[in-house]
Design a protein around this ligand. Structure first.
Ligand code: ADP
Ligand code: MG
Length: 593
């Protein structure tokens, strides 16, 4: 058959498959057009998840009659005035959104430029209607009805109204976060979904307010502000404390030069930044803006512009990793601020459900027993211990430290410490795990980690894949103080373990755990991250198990060590190592405030 040029409407329909594969993609294109037209107010009205109607109303600069006629032509754009793809200053540039949408829906566009006449044009499944006068007063109003009615095959792939609506909302929220100086309103089937206004002229305050509107006050309270600059690269935004994490990466909002992206390189960098403080499967909540000269980034990789390419990807990655790590270190001792109020809520909830029900004493023996039970549950530091000094003296000595003075050890794992502002409860196992891990890392930086040989090698049987995976890393494991050798098919012999773990960790469990770690991350992480992940697993094996009773000196020593240790607010799995209640909280618990 002869080669022929495809008719325009077909070319547009093919392009539509890429550019506007679902309603949310159309919303994105239309709202980006409004932003490019310098709108300060944008309203989006959806019906049935955007399937039956998407209406975008803006107060931007509008179009002339002539521009209105050409805007629905393929590859017609006002946004590449120099024909230069290397410096893209607008959200759009391909000139394919409007013709694509027009080829698969019933599209109408009304527009006016200030002081001029208003015009309207329509396209039905690719067929243009004539321009006619319109009554619109400002900006541009785009109306998309029956998206994909002209391409039933595509229509079939749309999800439920609710799912399509959710995707539209997500797209609009991302655009709203990146453009905090613009007011956004969304409705669905006539009901308002959100209305984000602009109440300040200060860009930093606008951003903070917008993020509070979109992600909630709790996020702002639990996030660290990020600011990092290197040469022409700048990173800014907010990233959550490790104690405020989620189980999906959905709440990692990334923007490059104001465009929302889901880029593998950036997501990977974020993961590396949190590798020390979040277990796998937990993700931070963050909104990060990367800004760099347009010529150093290619946004023309993907029709929906979700992926980008950086000229210097190494520099981008290290800016993100280091920028976030620095902020985490600076805010290290801080744990999630809502933990205090969570505790408070739990305390308040318990007030309605007493831990024991009061019965009047039958005899004096009864109340003595009760008193004894209470004393057993609450075990103050035993005063009979030979080295024990009077409690008051010890409290006075430690009272001014941030984590205060240990006053009791309860349930064989929790240290109660009195601080200047109130009291804290420390999870001794979690805290110690972090201390061991950080010590490991220090040792690793200084030299190979000191190791201690086993008198009798421990033989660990695994499956052959796991054994080979471990043996392939044996040089690295040795630098961490763990020496292993092959021992027949599917088994390894452990010759030496890190000195920090000697006598503490069960080599068989340790090896099984490390094998799991390598299986999970071995292929994807860089060497440093892999070593740290293995160290983190090891630290868990070497830390004081809950259940061991600590003396008062040991408790205070642990608190002082925590203060001197980076990131001691969380254990290696991102759980808090302590919670605190301020005197203010305590007073309000008792209705004193
Ligand atoms: P692109 O945005 O890539 O240029 P589009 O097909 O999305 O391609 O839009 C074509 C042109 O229509 C734009 O370049 C712009 O000049 C004009 N246009 C589209 N939407 C608007 C709007 N809301 N306000 C003003 N002009 C618009
Ligand atoms: Mg566009």
């Amino acid at each position: 058959m002869p080669i022929r040029h495809l008719p325009d409407y077909l070319v547009n329909q093919i392009a539509a498959g890429e550019v506007v594969e679902r309603p949310s993609a159309a919303v994105k294109e239309l709202v980006e057009n409004s932003l490019d037209a310098h709108a300060t107010r944008i309203e989006v009205n959806l019906r049935e998840g955007g399937k039956s109607q998407i209406q975008v109303i803006d107060n931007g600069q509008g179009m002339t009659r002539q521009d209105l006629e050409s805007c629905i032509e393929r590859h017609a754009t006002s946004k590449l005035p120099q024909d230069d793809l290397s410096t893209i200053a607008f959200m759009g540039f391909r000139g394919e959104a409007l013709p694509s949408i027009g080829s698969v829906s019933r599209l109408s566009i009304a527009t006016v430029q200030s002081g001029q006449e208003a015009w309207e044009i329509g396209v039905d499944g690719g067929k243009k209607r004539d321009v006619k006068p319109s009554a619109i007063k400002t900006g541009t109003q785009v109306d998309v009805r029956d998206l994909f009615y002209a391409t039933p095959a595509r229509l079939k792939f749309l999800k439920t109204d609710q799912a399509e609506y959710a995707a539209c909302k997500d797209v609009l929220q991302r655009l709203a976060m990146a453009n905090p100086g613009v007011a956004f309103r969304l409705t669905h089937n006539g009901q308002q979904s959100f209305h984000y206004t602009v109440t300040s002229n200060d860009p930093a305050e606008q951003r903070r307010n917008r993020l509070r509107d979109v992600l909630g006050e709790e996020f702002i309270q639990n996030a660290l502000e990020i600011h990092a600059v290197r040469n022409t690269l700048a990173l800014s935004g907010y990233a959550s404390l490790p104690t405020y994490s989620r189980n999906t990466s959905q709440h990692e909002y990334l923007f490059v030069n104001g465009r929302t992206v889901r880029d593998k390189l950036l997501l990977g960098a974020l993961k590396a930044a949190y590798a020390d403080v979040l277990p796998s499967g937990r993700y931070p909540v963050c909104v990060l803006f990367l800004d760099l000269p347009p010529e150093d980034v290619d946004v023309n990789v993907h029709p929906a512009k979700a992926e980008v390419r950086f000229l210097e990807s190494g520099a981008v990655r290290s800016l993100i990793v280091n920028g976030i790590r620095h902020a985490l270190l600076a805010g290290a001792a801080k744990t999630s601020s809502t933990l205090g109020s969570d505790t408070l809520e739990r305390f308040s909830a318990n007030a309605n459900q007493p831990a024991f029900s009061y019965r009047p004493p039958i005899s004096s023996g009864g109340s003595a027993m009760l008193a004894e039970r209470v004393m057993n549950a609450y075990q103050p530091f035993p005063e009979t211990q030979p080295s024990a000094r009077p409690m008051d003296a010890v409290i006075a000595e430690h009272a001014d430290y941030p984590l205060g003075a240990a006053v009791a050890h309860i349930h064989e794992n929790y240290i109660i410490a009195q601080t200047a502002q109130g009291f804290i409860i420390v999870d001794q196992h979690a805290a110690h795990e972090r201390l061991v891990y950080e010590k490991f890392k220090q040792q690793l930086n200084a030299s190979p980690v000191p190791s201690q040989g086993l008198l009798v090698p421990a033989i660990v049987s695994l499956d052959d894949v796991a054994a080979n995976r471990l043996l392939a890393q044996s040089a690295q494991l040795e630098s961490l103080g763990l020496r292993i050798e092959a021992f027949g098919a599917g088994a390894v012999a452990v010759q030496a373990v890190p000195a920090l773990l000697a006598g503490r960790a069960d080599p068989v469990k340790l090896i099984a755990d490390i094998a799991d770690e390598l299986a999970e991350h071995g292929q994807t992480q860089g060497l440093e991250e892999r070593l740290n992940a293995v160290l983190s697993r090891m630290a868990c094996h070497g830390s004081v198990r809950s259940g061991r009773k600590l003396s008062q000196e040991e408790m205070n020593a642990l608190l002082r060590q925590m203060e001197a240790t980076p990131l001691s607010g969380q254990c290696n799995h991102g759980r808090p190592t302590y919670v605190q209640l301020s005197l203010k909280d305590i007073e309000s618990l008792f209705g004193r405030r």
